[in-house]
Design a protein around this ligand. Structure first.
Ligand SMILES: *[C@@H]1O[C@H](CO)[C@@H](O)[C@H](O)[C@H]1NC(C)=O
Ligand SMILES: *[C@@H]1O[C@H](CO)[C@@H](O)[C@H](O)[C@H]1NC(C)=O
Length: 376
């Protein structure tokens, strides 16, 4: 069953003031057709939540405009890969310490992305790590000097370290490069698709460690203490803040059929009781979902309603079977029902929402809008 049918069933039940359990069951059914195991409950307060990255807004807006009917609905052109779900996965790793034991003169940061938020059915097509270093010179004078350089290295943690053992033995170097710190950071991106695929298996994700080490020439600038002094002097620059995120593009192949043309359908408002699509605007506030759906706030879902009377006219898009059924119904109204008035053409919408782990997710859903009805 398509998501819209489930939504319709749920709304019908809601409108009829059914028992709460029934309502909950319908809501669950609808959520499962959206590929969600339950209603997401993002933890953070609205203001504290992760911002939607500008690139996600851009992709969302593009998906809202009428699309190229020839285009592949399940390709994310921004990244050049197949997919219908794009997640902005949050880093859950800690800053190990300013100056940890295993790293006397450097900064270490754990980076952890929970990849079990992907459902088993999803095919991961891209996982791209983005690291930004936010550096603010303490004194204006520091800006005039040459920008400090750091060496950045990224390690995969291959197993957990027992107490007392050297954590370095359990790390595999993925990337090392030197970076000039700039007040305006330019993010470093690293393709981690195959590693992220392994992280989907339970117990296989030990995360990453990012290490920043001042390069010798600028080393003194980062030291919070000048040698021989007991009082910390004001350093000329602070350590950069490290921010990591992962863009994961995946494909749910069950929600990926060839694109139906998204026509700008203007439904007539003329009253009539024959089968046709009727306007129905679903406001996510009405169903209590405004706290996890970012956009849209609602959409024109429509529904099919009306009679399929004898003789079935061509405009009712009946099948031969429906034409015969109306004929039989006209002869024996008690014994044979009229054909049903059902959606025959549906179109997709995109949704931007927070999942349980506060990740921003952009997803395309098929069959969310009724464009045309017919007697079947
Ligand atoms: C990862 O996310 C799943 C699903 O939200 C959750 O059940 C699990 O506890 C999380 N694991 C970690 C290590 O945060
Ligand atoms: C039947 O299909 C035509 C176009 O194929 C459409 O214009 C018409 O509205 C449809 N009929 C109903 C009842 O939706």
């Amino acid at each position: 069953m398509g998501p819209l049918i489930r939504l319709a069933a749920w709304l019908l039940v809601a409108g009829a003031f059914q028992p709460r359990e029934e309502l909950k069951a319908q809501e669950r059914l609808f959520l499962s057709s959206l590929g969600l195991t339950g209603r997401p409950r993002p933890a953070g307060k609205h203001q504290l939540r992760n911002q939607v990255p500008p690139a996600f807004w851009k992709m969302f807006r593009r998906s809202e405009t009428p699309q190229d009917p020839e285009g592949d609905p399940c390709t994310v052109s921004e990244y050049g890969v197949r997919g219908n779900i794009i997640r902005y996965v949050q880093d859950q790793g800690r800053l190990l310490s300013g100056w940890s034991l295993s790293c006397q003169d450097c900064v270490e940061k754990q980076v952890f992305f929970n990849m079990t938020v992907l459902q088993p059915v999803e095919l991961l097509s891209l996982a791209q790590l983005e690291v930004s270093l936010h550096w603010k010179p303490v004194r204006a004078a520091a800006l005039l000097q040459a920008a400090p350089a750091v060496s950045l290295s990224l390690h995969e943690v291959i197993r957990s370290t027992l107490r007392g053992a050297d954590p370095r033995a359990n790390r595999k170097l993925l990337l090392a490069r030197s970076v000039q710190l700039q007040p305006q950071p330019s993010p470093i991106t690293v393709d981690l698709t195959s590693l992220a695929e392994r992280w989907r298996q339970a117990g296989r994700n030990y995360g990453l460690v990012l290490e920043l080490r001042p390069l010798s020439a600028a080393g003194g600038e980062f030291s919070p203490f000048y040698p021989g002094n007991f009082l910390p002097l004001e350093p000329t620059s602070t350590l950069p803040l490290i921010q990591a995120s992962l863009v994961a593009v995946s494909l749910n192949p069950h929600q990926c059929r060839s694109r139906q043309k998204r026509s700008a359908v203007h439904l007539p408002v003329t009253p009539s009781n024959v089968c046709k699509a009727r306007r129905l605007y679903i406001d996510f506030k009405d169903v209590g979902w405004q706290d996890w759906i970012i956009a849209p706030q609602g959409y024109m879902a429509n529904y099919c309603h009306g009679e399929c009377p004898f003789p079935l006219s061509e405009s009712l898009n009946g099948t031969n079977h429906a034409i015969l059924q109306t004929l039989v119904h006209s002869l024996d109204p008690q014994g044979t029902p009229q054909p049903g008035c059902v959606p025959i053409r549906l179109s997709p919408i995109s949704m931007l929402y927070y999942d349980n782990n506060d990740n921003v997710v952009l997803r395309h859903y098929q069959d969310m809008v009724v464009d045309e009805c017919g007697c079947r």
